[in-house]
Write a protein that binds this ligand. Structure first.
Ligand SMILES: [Zn+2]
Ligand SMILES: [Zn+2]
Length: 313
């Protein structure tokens, strides 16, 4: 269950009534179209759920995750999703929207390739270097996975911030060098202590800040944590409009960008999993049968007990 599924579940966001959700999944091929090549019945696979047109300007420049035409017909967004016994994947192209799972990667881990690709994309969009101090705000599954990916990409120092001791502990286990409990201390002050104050004593001076909490007040703090010329990447969705200190963005000439979905990161995630460089198992806290999906959603909503809840049809 994805964080965005919770917005759909609670507010009807992103999907129309009657939509079968579920866009993070793995499974076995039981039937296939005549023209599908490179796979056979029984193969274990995971799916990139976005449907792309391949012809619009965004697709042609290689940013098919921003396709201007196809996305409305994606698996779980328009087409039926994977909270089901079977799911149909249209226009299968091996290596594009279908990926074979290496033998040493289990089904549960393979179902996390999609959110891991989101995290890898967010980490790549911030291009961390060995001398960079990176801050990840919000250690839900995207935040935790972003911590892993930043380290895998060679980030110098990663600071994880959350209010849940369980998540902070897990962040440390997954490679965070420093963790900060935002309930116990002021997160901006704590980061400032680590990085030193920003120019003219304003805010902190982190090289890279990734906002993964979806809390407006934290996006605000994220701007203040970023150094002059630094990078702020926004990997969360927010309930309403958010106010940010725009003058700081201008005066620090910060680079601010959203990071959405993935841009061909699936194969790299699978090889990172197969090599053991990143882990999927630690974030999976619960697994429910398909019949108990209501309970699965309620468990995913309880941030104090769950990180990633899976459904096993
Ligand atoms: Zn998702
Ligand atoms: Zn397109």
């Amino acid at each position: 269950i994805c964080g965005s599924d919770l917005h759909s579940y609670l507010e009807g966001a992103f999907v129309a009534p009657g939509q079968v959700m579920g866009h993070e999944f793995s499974g076995k091929i039981v039937e296939m179209g005549k023209e599908v090549q490179g796979v056979k019945i029984g193969d274990r696979v995971t799916v990139m759920p976005l449907t792309i047109c391949g012809r619009c300007p965004r697709c042609l420049e290689g940013s098919s995750h921003l396709c201007e035409i196809g996305l409305a017909e994606s698996v779980a967004y328009g087409l039926p999703g994977a909270f089901a016994e079977f799911v149909r994947v249209p226009n299968v192209i091996l290596g594009s929207n279908l990926f074979k799972i290496p033998d040493n990667v289990d089904d549960a881990a393979a179902a996390l390739v999609e959110p891991l690709a989101v995290a890898l994309h967010a980490a790549k969009m911030s291009a961390p270097g060995p001398s960079d101090t990176c801050v990840v705000l919000g250690l839900g599954s995207i935040g935790l996975n972003t911590v892993q990916m930043l380290k895998a990409l060679g980030a110098g120092r990663v600071i994880g911030i959350d209010i849940s001791p369980v998540r902070l502990k897990l962040a440390a286990q997954l490679g965070a060098d420093i963790t900060i409990n935002g309930r116990e201390v002021d997160a901006l002050e704590a980061v400032t202590e680590i990085t030193g104050p920003g120019a003219y004593g304003v805010g902190a001076r982190a090289d890279i800040v990734i906002e993964a909490s979806g809390v407006g007040a934290l996006l605000n703090q994220a701007v203040s944590m970023t150094r002059a010329g630094g990078k702020l990447r926004i990997a969360a969705l927010y309930e309403g409009d958010v106010m940010v200190p725009a003058n700081q963005i201008v005066q620090k000439e910060m680079s601010v960008s959203g990071t959405f979905a993935y841009r061909g990161e699936f194969a790299q995630v699978l090889s990172l999993l197969a090599s053991g460089r990143i882990q999927a198992a630690p974030v999976i806290t619960h697994t429910f049968a398909l019949d108990d999906i209501e309970q699965a959603f309620r468990t995913q909503l309880d941030k104090d007990v769950s990180i990633k809840v899976q459904v096993a049809p």
